[in-house]
Design a protein around this ligand. Structure first.
Ligand code: PBG
Length: 337
């Protein structure tokens, strides 16, 4: 009794007229003051495609994520559409025997990736279908560009990127995702698309893509790790953010419809930087390693995986990304439902 009145008098004596806790006092008030909202509509679901049929193989390092043959992928897409997901990014896993130094399988019209893209878009014309433009899944060197004497070539690679983009646009892709960090590729691809009548095909540029350790599980999923060296002469140094402004300036000039930052979590400052400086929608790629970290810790019982997933996605949105590419897309949509 004495203690209670004492506490009360101390508070009055403080005279605090601003108490931020008042805006957190109930769920209803918290809802009113919530600044960031995350919707299933913000998400793009990246998926891995393999050749053949009847295949659904879990990726070792990515629990809950599978490599699908196209028939199985169509089922998965339909399921996700019923959960409200309307955008999908498909990445192909090629067997070693189809890879070569010039990545020629990438624009072969009969290749399983292009045929699958066409089938997906034919079956679900209302979805937004995205694809990846880089040499690495098709290259016997495992690099994103042509290689000569151990060097990754820039200008010489552009033509193949252009052919690949045309083939994907022809298959019905809505958004092309040049993911290689080559110079001049957005402008080159834009021109190739326009000259061939694909005026409505969008480009989401991997604007600030860092040479990151967080791509490990993705390279397992696609068997696409570089055969020698690393990607540091084309992907950005994790120490840099000013350089992202140069990349973004160029992508804007070259006609990119979206600017992307990748990975997301270690680069939230870069997402914010691009958001504050460019009027186009900013996308962020919540990459494989970021997904696997949450999954691994949650499987060990060290963190609450579902809460961590929501916090991760919200933080990316709060930093300024309008669009999030995430392997959590399906799980998040299931949670919301
Ligand atoms: C290939 C590409 C990569 C990713 C998307 N496109 C890997 C790389 O650059 O080595 C990574 C995606 C992920 O880790 O989820 N150009």
């Amino acid at each position: 009794m004495v203690i209670m009145s004492c506490t009360f008098e101390t508070e009055i004596a403080f005279g605090m007229n601003r108490r931020p806790r008042r805006n957190r006092k109930s769920k209803a008030v918290r809802n009113l003051v919530e600044e960031t909202s995350l919707s299933v509509k913000d998400l793009i679901f990246p998926m891995f495609l393999v050749d053949g049929s009847n295949k659904k193989i879990e990726v070792n390092s990515m629990p809950g994520i599978f490599r699908f043959s196209v028939d199985e992928m169509l089922h998965e897409i339909e399921y996700c559409m019923n959960l409200g997901i309307s955008a999908f990014d498909v990445f192909p896993a090629y067997p070693e025997r189809l890879k070569n130094a010039i990545a020629s399988e990438s624009y072969n019209p009969d290749t399983f990736y292009l045929k699958a893209l066409r089938q997906i878009k034919d079956k679900f014309p209302e979805i937004c279908l995205m694809s990846d433009v880089a040499l690495d899944p098709y290259s016997s060197d495992g690099h994103d560009g042509l290689v000569k004497d151990g060097k990754i070539l820039n200008d010489e690679t552009l033509e193949i990127l252009g052919l690949m983009s045309l083939a994907q646009a022809d298959a019905g892709v809505d958004i092309i995702g040049p993911s290689d960090m080559m110079d001049g590729r957005v402008g080159f691809i834009r021109e190739m698309l326009d000259q061939n009548g694909y005026l409505d095909t969008s480009i989401m540029s991997y604007t600030a893509k860092y040479a990151s350790a967080f791509y490990g599980p993705f390279r397992d999923a696609l068997d696409s790790a570089p055969k020698f060296g690393d990607k540091k002469t084309y992907q950005m140094n994790p120490a840099n953010s000013q350089e992202a402004l140069i990349e973004a300036d160029l992508d804007m000039e070259e006609g990119a419809d979206f600017l992307m930052v990748k990975p997301a979590l270690s680069y939230l400052d870069v997402i914010k930087l691009l958001h504050d400086n460019y009027p186009v929608p900013i996308a962020a790629y919540n990459v494989s390693g970021e997904y696997s970290m949450v999954k691994a810790a949650s499987q060990k019982g060290w963190i609450d995986g579902q809460r961590a997933m929501r916090e991760v996605l919200l933080s990316i949105k709060r930093a300024g990304a309008k669009v999030i590419l995430t392997y959590f897309a399906k799980e998040y949509a299931e949670f919301v439902k």
